[in-house]
Design a protein. Structure first.
Length: 244
């Protein structure tokens, strides 16, 4: 007997009732503080910025509601490592200039050819104030529906959240193994929110779904008009041959 979407939903409800499926769909990656070393810059301008880059540093600026704007430089290798670990959606601790500064990456300028970061804006957050930003989604697990031929459509790749800076997750993992039949869906409402984290994205928004594959259209055979013409011509000539 085929396993329907309704069956899978009932099964999930039974598991929840027994306390065996408290957070079946989406898991938050624990947050940890990323750090960058900043050095004040006294000079500004494009030529000076190029000189900074030539030393393996990246020009940047730090500002915020309680932070006086200042020009700084950060090691490019550190910046690239932070970006690889989800720094664009995470709280970063800027060290090296007095007390550490908790900041978010507000903007990044990249080289259009190499894609290497060449300038960044850091937004110093106010202590205790909540911030709103988008957090990337990371899809994990294997879908039974996919194994049976369904297409797994990842509708969303990031989600908007609001939280205190120290509560922001680097990413949110979405377990697609719960998609066991056609038309099964994972929605934002299926997410168990961590303490201090609020989802701004609408609860009924679809995150991922199992969809039937599109039927391939069979192309009509292409007629070879030259061959038809030759065949008809040959037939006519045969009919016109005189009797022996």
């Amino acid at each position: 007997m085929p396993y329907s979407s309704r069956d899978s939903t009932k099964c999930l409800r039974r598991l929840r009732a027994r306390g065996l499926a408290t957070a079946p769909f989406i898991r938050h990656t624990p947050t940890h503080m990323l750090t960058l070393t900043i050095t004040p810059r006294q000079t500004k301008g494009s030529e000076q910025a190029d000189l900074v880059r030539a030393t393996g540093q990246m020009p940047a600026v730090v500002y915020g509601p309680k932070q006086t704007a200042m020009s700084v430089s950060v090691p490019l290798a550190q910046m690239e490592a932070v970006l690889r670990h989800g720094g664009e959606s995470s709280l970063i601790e800027l060290q090296g200039e007095g007390a550490p500064i908790a900041a978010l990456i507000h903007a990044i300028d990249r080289d259009p050819v190499t894609n290497i970061p060449r300038h960044a804006d850091f937004y110093a957050v106010e202590k205790g104030a909540k911030v709103t930003l988008t957090v990337p989604l990371s899809f994990i697990g294997e879908s039974l529906a996919a194994k049976e031929g369904a297409n797994i459509v990842k509708v969303m790749h990031e989600i908007e959240v609001e939280a205190a800076p120290d509560k922001l997750p680097h990413e949110i993992e979405v377990d697609i193994s719960v998609l066991v039949a056609l038309n099964d869906q994972i929605r934002v409402s299926d997410l168990r929110v961590l303490p201090g984290v609020e989802f701004i994205t609408e609860a009924d928004e679809v995150v991922a779904l199992a969809q039937a594959p599109a039927e391939e259209e069979v192309d009509a055979p292409v007629l070879d008009m030259d061959a038809i013409e030759v065949e008809q011509k040959g037939k006519g000539e045969t009919e016109a041959e005189p009797e022996a």
